[in-house]
Design a protein around this ligand. Structure first.
Ligand code: AHR
Length: 505
């Protein structure tokens, strides 16, 4: 089987916003406690943050980390997490039926972000709380000293404002499971008033309004239209979430799911444009895809805690999906979709980052390691920065549950003009056949040569990495990719992920 792809230097989608390689950390399970924070761990720094985890995070060069939730934020009182630790209350977390010591709050999280070279993107509680709390929180985080909240921040050890510019106005407010769930009109009105108020404080803040929790929600996409009718002139992005699962154990259907993701993004892009048209507005609103990942492996084992049968445990194992090789292919396809949709997707957050449905896993008091999905995320984050190419792809396809004629080859190309490189991220989703791929490089000049080729294959789709076998699923240097007559030629093994990088100099 053959696939032929044309890449032209001037045929582009958009400059990719680096923030599409962002991540998410919630006060949930062991994401924070024994994830990033474990004061007794041998690698812990003076702030109690795990050094081994910090290094794995740092390597990913993550632009922003969304915090502190998620469903958790919808009943969170941010004041519980500031001030002297000994005086912070332990609170019951109603979203996940656990308890939280509040040993980590916005100060500690900000310090950790500095350590791992990332920035905070903060979510505001618009579930159990509302406008007044939102303005207090934003003033605490960003306000000057000489004011009530700025002075309290100073008293708590930090005189300089945190200068957080990205704010999520609530979380999944369309979801009946959400504490303080609202109708689109109720939420849209509140979000608009909060946005106006925050803009009165600082008109430069970037504000994200909640879109749908997934595209199977009954209220989708009317939710987006109604919420944007209320908020369009005061927000910058609308958030979308989507989780991927292979419950039916059907690899072909599973690996076609990014066709549904593509449709979801296109539909919301159209909805944004309808509202923009209705309002005769010149304002650009983008998509913040601030929760995405594979999530299903841990569903059964989580039930007892989530149903409240275990009391209120602190930092239990929750949502600890152990990812397999098949998920590498899925995550590769998802990231390719974000690159191809970079004209409208400005922010995206892998959900989450450590332990909880995460590319990084830890043992309390023990090791930290890369889950299988760490690698496609790493390759996209490190090498997927620049301009997304609008590739013309000719390749046979197959019919799946979510779409017909899904091409066997999923590919994205990124031109880094400054670095003089083009990087291709390629998944072959054919279950049995290799594909001979040819990518025609046009308009890039002569002299292209391959500078890196990384391949991920495995004889078992179920293969995983564990504390004792941390590299069972890992990339290997590829061989056999060549450039001949302006064509990048590579053989794509069945069910494989690869990255091919070309230097143009
Ligand atoms: O990431 C796990 C949960 O998924 C988040 O708390 C919530 O926003 C979503 O439903």
């Amino acid at each position: 089987m053959k696939a032929s792809v044309t890449a032209h230097k001037d045929y582009t989608v958009a400059k990719i916003d680096d923030r599409v390689y962002s991540a998410f950390l919630e006060h949930l399970g062991r994401a924070i406690y024994t994830g990033i924070y474990e004061p007794d761990h041998p690698t812990a720094d003076a702030n109690g943050m795990r050094g081994d985890v910090a290094q794995l995070v740092r390597d990913l060069n993550i632009p922003y980390v969304r915090y502190p939730g998620g469903n958790f934020v919808s009943a969170y009182n941010w004041e519980d997490g500031v001030g002297p630790r000994a005086q912070r209350p332990t609170r019951l977390d109603l979203a996940w039926h656990t308890s939280d010591s509040n040993a980590v709050g916005v100060h500690e999280f900000s310090d950790w972000c500095d350590t791992v070279n990332t920035k905070m993107m903060l979510a505001i509680n618009l579930g159990s709380r509302g406008l007044d709390d939102a303005r207090n929180f934003v003033e605490y985080v960003n306000g000057p000293t000489g004011s009530k909240w700025g002075d309290l921040r100073k008293k708590n050890g930090r005189a300089a404002p945190f200068d957080v510019n990205l704010w999520c106005l609530g979380n999944e407010m369309d979801g009946p499971w959400q504490i303080g769930h609202k109708t689109a009109d109720e939420y849209g009105r509140l979000a608009n008033e909060v946005a106006k108020t925050l803009r009165a404080f600082d008109k430069g803040l970037e504000l994200i309004v909640c879109g749908s929790s997934h595209s199977d929600m009954k209220t989708y996409p009317e939710w987006e239209r109604i919420v944007l009718e209320h908020t369009y002139e005061n927000v910058d992005h609308i958030s979308l979430h989507m989780y991927f699962a292979n419950r039916a154990k059907n690899t072909a259907n599973y690996l076609a799911l990014n066709a549904k993701l593509d449709r979801y993004i296109s539909t919301v892009e159209s909805t944004i444009n309808v509202v923009k048209g209705n309002k005769r507005s010149r304002r650009e609103v983008g998509i913040s895809f601030d929760e995405w990942n594979v999530w299903y492996h841990s569903n059964a084992q989580d039930r007892a805690i989530l149903e409240g049968n275990e009391g209120w445990p602190h930092a239990p194992r929750l949502l600890e999906d152990v990812y397999n090789f098949e998920d590498v292919l899925q995550v590769g396809c998802i990231l390719n979709t974000f690159i191809r949709k970079s004209n409208v997707v400005r922010i995206a957050c892998i959900a989450q980052l450590v332990n909880v449905i995460a590319p990084i896993m830890t043992d309390p008091a023990g090791a930290a390691w890369r889950q299988t999905i760490y690698y496609p995320y790493y390759f996209a984050s490190i090498f997927g920065r620049g301009t997304a190419l609008n590739l013309a792809v000719k390749c046979p396809g197959y019919d799946a549950d979510v779409a017909d004629n899904v091409p066997y080859v999923d590919i994205a190309g990124v031109h880094d003009d400054d670095g003089g490189t083009v990087s291709f991220f390629i998944v072959n989703r054919h279950l049995t056949d290799s594909i001979d791929a040819e990518v025609s490089l046009q308009g890039f000049g002569a002299g292209a040569r391959i500078i890196d080729h990384q391949v991920m294959t495995h004889s078992m789709l179920e293969a995983v990495n564990t504390a004792t076998d941390q590299t069972n699923v890992a990339p290997k240097k590829g061989s056999g990719a060549v450039i001949e007559d302006g064509l990048v030629k590579a053989k794509l093994p069945p069910l494989s992920y690869q990255m091919i990088r070309v230097s143009l100099a």
